[in-house]
Design a protein around this ligand. Sequence first.
Ligand code: PEP
Ligand code: MN
Length: 356
Amino acid sequence: MDNMEFESILLPGVDAKRPIVIAGPCSAETEEQVLTTAKQLSDKGIKVFRAGIWKPRTRPGSFEGVGSEGLPWLQKVKAQYGMYTTTEVATAKHVAEAIKYDIDILWIGARTSANPFAMQEIADALVGTDKIILIKNPVNPDLDLWIGSIERIYGAGIRKIGVIHRGFSSADQKIYRNLPQWHIPIELRRRYPTLPMFCDPSHIGGKRELVAPISQQAMDLNFDGLMIESHCDPDNAWSDKNQQITPDVLDYIINLLVIRDSKQSTENLSELRRQIDEMDDQLLEVLAKRMRISREIGLYKKEHNIQILQTARYNEILEDRIKQAIKFGIDGDCMQKILELIHEESIRQQMNVMNE
Ligand code: PEP
Ligand code: MN
């Protein structure tokens, strides 16, 4: 389905001005927590309230959401503060319940969008409805899987579709809880320019202090909106407490965002610099992966008593990569130097393994 066309997801009264903000707690915990948070957000001008009713938790035994009992609380948020509501659905039963309680926007979580069976079940349950559906990226960095999920919902006749970039699982959680891998949503936008895109800096960063910089990056990359976890008492939240911020802090962050004109920013130097930063991040990631593989080779050689330096293989690599580099317009000598340095570091890493 290369020619999907989407309809506007803007609800009456929600400003199209970037960023469109969806905010609210990770989970609905109690009626009081929901209403207090909603009131504080509404006072700051937030129009769309999120709260997880059914929570997909990595391990059983942690708080799995209050379930349907929380749906009337969201109805109260609508009635008392005139906000729109959104919650996560993962099964046909969730869809039916959410519709019964007038939830305006349904979002599909990252674990669900990675599962075609679950996606089809949800799509089937949506046939004949006119809901706005936001689809988070699947946990694994697979653009086709994400597009597949969008296609299933589109196939159910739904046209008011948006996506939420929430980062991708990785064993490497040094900075981010979920790696942004911005090139994936950027490619999605290139293929479907009319598809509204949100960024969820809370789940990408996993930490309060990363919400602001990731939100700014998303704005600089021309995202339409942000979904941010906000709780009236983040320290005592029942889930994801490290990444939730108070409505006050949320308001402060939103007001500090620099929103650049999208036409200007493509030509603008700082935009290009950001792209370079992103490329360097990717280069580093690939380089780190390559070194990990070198260490595995080192281990294999150690176990099989093979010497580290294999000159024929090294020459082959040099010749082949330099030829390729020249084809891409990169100077051969420059490429040779880069390869020599990489090779040197690979050998050093293999020696470390040998000496362990
Ligand atoms: C959430 O939004 O609270 C959530 C569980 O998100 P994700 O599906 O991105 O992990
Ligand atoms: Mn959460």
